[in-house]
Design a protein around this ligand. Structure first.
Ligand code: SAM
Ligand code: SF4
Length: 452
């Protein structure tokens, strides 16, 4: 459909939260591009400002209010009129309710209404009314709408939406709905097309990719999907997130046997205390998790294991927390996203007694970060002296003569650009790096041979 009023309008998208949101933002961007809009680098220059929001933690809610109100003091945009739109999880959760506090917002669209964003924006330019759409109306296949990828060499590929797990602290299942898997063949065809278009790496996305297929095929088909995607010609496959309770032996086999699947597993543990895991409704114990890690390492000895951990869940004691510290040491995480628990209204954990003082939680959080820094440093030492294939993402922020990229284990790698080579020519290509430095958050070394 075409919307003449949108032609040549400039737009800016700011995205918060997880990879699913990053991909949703790429779909909004793809739709606006197809309507003749032009992306710009700042809200000042934009006729359309879109906020793709996240509601997993409270801080993100507050940031949205700040960002919307700061739009009020921006200079007038090129077309003379600026339309502000809010999408993503907060839009889905609050819908019209958001308009009470955000008086300059004209469009609200939910996580299942992305296909309608252009229509809503066009109406707002024409009538200056407020337009809200949060009903579940995206037809099947909406996940395969045109999209505008941030890079030419990597693509996010959603394989399912929603979540059935209802971890007691988490708002996601209430906002994003139940698990819905995309058809197997559609995903494989999409990755084939991406590989033909020159994409080197895909990340398969879902809240719990291990249960991919359970809703539509009756049993999980993730291992089979990994094997089929491995046959498409794509060189690197990553995936996230993976729930420990659903990681099947056949998936560990696929990880070990499909060469295109990178040796990196993000397996959120959340806590090292079986008591807290039970209260979190995670449906595995500390022992189950460590046993799983042992089985994964038996098949893929130097896999990079990364995780998510929440500190300060209601009622967490010092003893519970120490169990988390010791699990982090035993599991030898290569990296971890650590979060302070944030109370989300409507979730069971929000009703649990929660009397640990904030200073105690902050002090525990700092101790955990320290342990993760140590395990991450130790993990990187194994690659000292190794030759590592690096997918180049760009130049280092600090030094334009150094490239920055990712190893198979998802480590950041830096190396000086060889004499006579334009760094821009290396972006999206794979170079071998001989590693001579291994720090906590990166490896460094020198490029050997030709880029490919
Ligand atoms: N589905 C993914 C999984 O279970 O691995 C996680 C998706 S969630 C968007 C990302 C992370 O946010 C979770 O793994 C958890 O650590 C964290 N998180 C979720 N709810 C939270 C809350 N209420 N407070 C703090 N962190 C939270
Ligand atoms: Fe939230 Fe748990 Fe679902 Fe992850 S698995 S999205 S933490 S409910």
């Amino acid at each position: 459909m075409s919307y003449p009023v949108l032609r040549n309008k400039t737009y800016f998208i700011r995205t918060f939260g997880c990879q699913m949101n990053l991909h949703d933002a790429e779909r909004v961007s793809g739709l606006l591009d197809s309507c003749g809009c032009l992306e710009v680098a700042s809200p000042e220059e934009a006729d359309i400002v879109v906020f793709m929001t996240c509601c997993v933690r409270e801080a993100a809610d507050q940031r949205l209010y700040g960002q919307c109100s700061s739009c009020k003091s921006l200079p007038a945009p090129p077309s003379g009129k600026r339309v502000i739109a809010v999408g993503g999880c907060i839009a889905q959760r609050d819908g019209e309710g958001l308009l009470t506090n955000l008086d300059n917002v004209r469009v609200i669209f939910g996580t299942s209404s992305i296909a309608h964003v252009a229509e809503l924006l066009a109406q707002a330019f024409e009538d200056d009314e407020r337009h809200v759409l949060t009903a579940e109306i995206d037809e099947p296949g909406a996940t395969s709408m045109p999209w505008h990828r941030a890079t030419s060499y990597h693509a996010w590929v959603p394989i399912m939406t929603g979540c059935n797990n209802f971890c007691s602290y988490c708002i996601v299942p209430y906002v994003r709905g139940r698990e819905k898997s995309r058809p197997f063949e559609e995903i494989v065809d999409e990755v084939c097309g991406l590989a033909r278009a020159g994409v080197r790496e895909v990340t398969l996305l879902g809240q719990n990719v291990n249960s991919y297929g359970r809703d539509s095929y009756g049993s999980p088909r993730f291992a089979e999907l990994l094997r089929a995607v491995g046959e498409t010609g794509i060189e690197r496959i990553r995936f996230t997130s993976s729930h420990p309770k659903d990681l099947l032996p056949e998936t560990i086999d696929a990880l070990a046997e499909v060469p295109q699947v990178m040796p990196h597993l993000h397996l959120a543990v959340q806590s090292g205390s079986s008591r807290i895991l039970k209260l979190m409704n995670r449906r595995y114990s500390r022992e189950d998790y460590l046993d799983l890690v042992r089985r994964v390492r038996e098949r893929i000895p130097d896999i990079a294991l990364t995780t998510d951990i929440i500190v300060g869940f209601p009622g967490e004691t010092e003893e519970d927390f120490e169990q988390t510290l010791s699990l982090a040491e035993e599991a030898r995480f290569a990296q971890a996203f650590t979060f302070i628990y944030s109370k989300r209204a409507g979730t069971p954990a929000a009703e649990m007694p929660d009397d640990t003082p904030h200073e105690v939680i902050q002090e525990r959080f700092d101790r955990l970060v320290h342990v993760i820094e140590q395990t991450a440093y130790d993990f990187n030492q194994h690659d000292l002296g190794a030759r590592v294939p690096v997918l180049v993402e760009g130049v280092s922020k600090k030094d334009a003569r150094r490239i920055q990229g990712k190893s198979p284990k998802n480590q950041t790698v830096h190396a000086p650009v060889p004499e006579g080579i334009d760094p821009a020519d290396l972006v999206g290509r794979i170079v071998d790096v001989d590693v001579d430095t291994a720090r906590t958050w990166y490896l460094a070394g020198s490029i050997v041979g030709e880029a490919r």
